[in-house]
Structures are given as C-alpha cells and as structure tokens.
Design a binder for this molecule. Structure first.
Ligand SMILES: [Zn+2]
Length: 400
C-alpha cells in the first residue's frame, strides 16, 4: 500500500507546480486536464467504472452504482488555490484510491457500491465560487449562474467548459448521480494546527464535526482616473484609498466580532503605475464559529463601502454546516474512541453534500505546520499512511 501511495503522490507532484513550490491547478485548464487524465488512468488500472456527472465531477465506481443499496463515496478534489499546497485535495483522492487497494488486497467484498470521486473546481480559484462542482450537481448553484461566472481574463465558465470539450448546456443539477450516493466521507489535510498541539500518539487523524459559516463578498469602490504626476492630492478621487479603508475596516470588524476576515484579491482599474485608480474591486472572505458574528462583520464592511460611495455584493454564503452526527460517531468508534473531533473554518464538498441531505463526514490528517493554501502546507508521510488506514477502516465499517 505505502509504495502505491508514494507512486501516486510522485506522479502528481510536478503537475501545475510553480517556482515557489506551490501549485496552480485551476478548473478547466491544461493542468486540470492532466489531473483528470491521471485520475481516469488510476481508476482504469483498478477496473473502476468512471462516470462524469453533469458538472464534470469524476465518479469511479467499484460495484454497480445502480445496484441495491446506495453507494458510499470517498474522495476529494485535485484543483488548488493560486500557489496552494500539495495536500489540500489530492491527499483525499490519493488516500481514497489507496484505501480501495488496501480493501482489495485484504480480500474484502463490499456489501454496497463504493465510489472514489474527484470533485472539480473545489477551490473556486478561477471563477470565484468555491465547490462549484458539488454546488451545481446538488442545485445549490444554478447552471445559469455557473456558466456566466468569468475568470480574470473575462473568460466565462461556459467558454472554459466548451474549450475543455464539455457541452455547457448539459451542466446542471444531477439527481441521477445524487441518487447513487448514500453517504460521503472526505479525507482532508487539517488546515490548522489543532491536532499538532494534541497528544502526538493519538492525534494523527481526527473526525470532522462541522464547517463554520462562511462566504465571499465583492466590494466595488469608485474613483476618477487621472494623471499621477499632474493631479494635486486635494483634487483626487482615488479608489485605492477607499480600498485601503475597507481592508482595514474588515480587519477591525472581524476583531470586534470574534471572526476572521480576509481580503486576498484586488482588481484595480485602469491598473497603471502612473494612473490614479478609477475603480477597485476588493474581495472579502469572512468566516467564524457564529453566524450572527460573521453577518455583523460583513454588515460593518458594507456600511464602510457605502460611506465611500461603493457597494458590497454577496457572491456566496454558506451557513453552519453540521456533518451527520451519527455518522461522525460511527467513524470515531470504528477508529478509536479517543479520536479527536474537530470543527473547521474551511469549506469542503462534504459540506455541500451534507447541506443537500447526503449524510457526510470528514477525516482530517494532522498538519504540523498548521498552514494551508500555501507551499508550507504539509503532512508527514507516516501520518498520510495513518490516514489511509483510517479511511480503509471507515470504508470497511460502512460497507460491510
Ligand atoms: Zn480542499
């Protein structure tokens, strides 16, 4: 098993890797295509039946998905944020394939079908909406909205799909796929350092309990373009100064409300070094354990934006997502009653499926740096293999 894990990990290592050691694996790009082909190849080598759903998510079935008893899906995603780490997503996909290997090597015969899934466009790095693959098939995002999203180059998702050989009119809610999925377990690298601070002997793997409420908002701030050398400071209307106030305001509001807020992306028009910005778009990501506190944070940013003549538009919002409590306890008991139970501030496809009524659960693998969405993201190889063991145990428990 471990050598197969290493082989798969090694094959993914160079795909979309950039100079700083991070990854750029964005939806419907050449890198994404390579990853999909890799996944298809691994599934074919295992004799799994690969089906692409109405949003391009890849489901590889062990057993007849339409047979008696709805299937157990395991998996994650292969795409990344800009300069993301190697583990966020791929660890779950590779571990799922390795778990299938381990079960087969032991002669196990599942009583219900098992799918390994590779969800597309989980990070939303290109089109701005996270979990686009699972949101569309569950109906949480309409096909019209998805197709009209645009990337930084103005390419719509519809155009990107067509360029990748997919038919945009085909995308949408996919009840046939959902009907096949009785439950979903996503293994994921931990994106904080709770486990790293616990007893090292019992904390390589945790079971997920819930996902914090979270959302994304776009703030549009106006200004007037003019010459950087000949326009007196007093005569300027500089959208970047407004952006600076909004960024600092978001930080202050998050601090006051006990949440987290991030402004990690800006668009500046006209975007010249010697031109006063006429328009700045700032994207806000806000999350927290408490919904009302996140809402209060965003409301404060909205008031600040409006005071500056701008607007704040909600691009996505997901309330608290609780994973299936019974399923989580079943996972914990199958592993070890001492297994830690963790909530997380990161969104996942498992959360989207849970919201759609599919009993879902997560396993988290210890990350000693606690860092994610960065090249520093890490998990020890031994912990990765413990994660595979845990997933194998869970799949056996749920499909016996
Ligand atoms: Zn992820």
């Amino acid at each position: 098993m471990s050598s197969e894990f290493d082989r798969m990990w090694g094959a993914l290592d160079p795909v979309g890797r950039v100079g700083n050691g991070g990854y750029r694996r964005f939806a419907w790009t050449a890198e994404d295509h390579t990853l999909r082909e890799w996944f298809a190849g691994e599934c074919a080598a295992r004799g799994l039946d690969l089906v692409e759903d109405r949003m391009g998510n890849q489901w590889a079935w062990w057993g007849d998905p339409d047979a008696e008893g709805r299937g157990l899906a395991i998996g994650s995603h292969l795409d990344s944020v800009p300069d993301g780490g190697a583990y966020d997503g791929p660890l779950g996909v590779v571990s799922s394939l390795a778990a299938v290997d381990a079960l087969r090597d032991s002669g196990f015969r599942p009583a219900r079908p098992i799918a390994v899934v590779n969800f597309g466009d989980e990070e939303g790095a290109r089109f701005g909406v996270a979990c686009a693959g699972s949101r569309v098939i569950t109906g949480a995002m309409t096909a019209d909205r998805a197709l009209s999203l645009t990337d930084a180059d103005g390419i719509s998702m519809a155009q990107a799909l067509r360029a990748a050989g997919r038919e945009p009119s085909r995308i949408g809610r996919d009840d046939e796929t959902l009907r096949r999925v009785g439950s979903f377990v996503e293994l994921h690298v931990e994106q904080g350092r709770v486990l790293a601070d616990l007893d090292p002997a019992t904390s390589a793997v945790a079971v997920g309990t819930d996902i914090w409420p979270h959302g994304r908002w776009r703030i549009d701030l106006p200004g007037v373009a003019n010459h950087a050398g000949t326009t007196a400071l007093a005569d300027r209307s500089d959208a970047m100064l407004s952006a600076a106030q909004v960024v600092l305001g978001a930080r202050a509001a998050a601090t006051a409300n006990g949440c987290v807020a991030t402004t990690g992306k800006l668009q500046v028009e006209p975007g010249g070094v010697n031109a006063i910005p006429s328009h700045v778009r700032v994207w806000l990501d806000a999350r927290g354990a408490d919904e009302a506190a996140v809402r209060a944070t965003v409301d404060a940013v909205r008031r600040e934006a409006e005071r500056l003549g701008g607007t704040l538009t909600e691009e996505s919002w997901t309330g608290t997502t609780r994973f299936d409590g019974d399923l989580a306890l079943r996972l914990r008991d199958a592993l070890d009653p001492q297994t830690p139970m963790l909530g997380t501030g990161a969104g996942h496809d498992a959360g989207v499926l849970a919201t759609a009524g599919i009993p879902s659960a997560m396993l988290f693998v210890r990350n000693p740096t606690g860092v994610s969405h960065s090249p520093e993201e890490f998990a020890e190889r031994d912990d990765c293999l413990r994660g595979v063991d845990a997933l194998t145990t869970v799949v056996r428990e749920l499909t016996s």
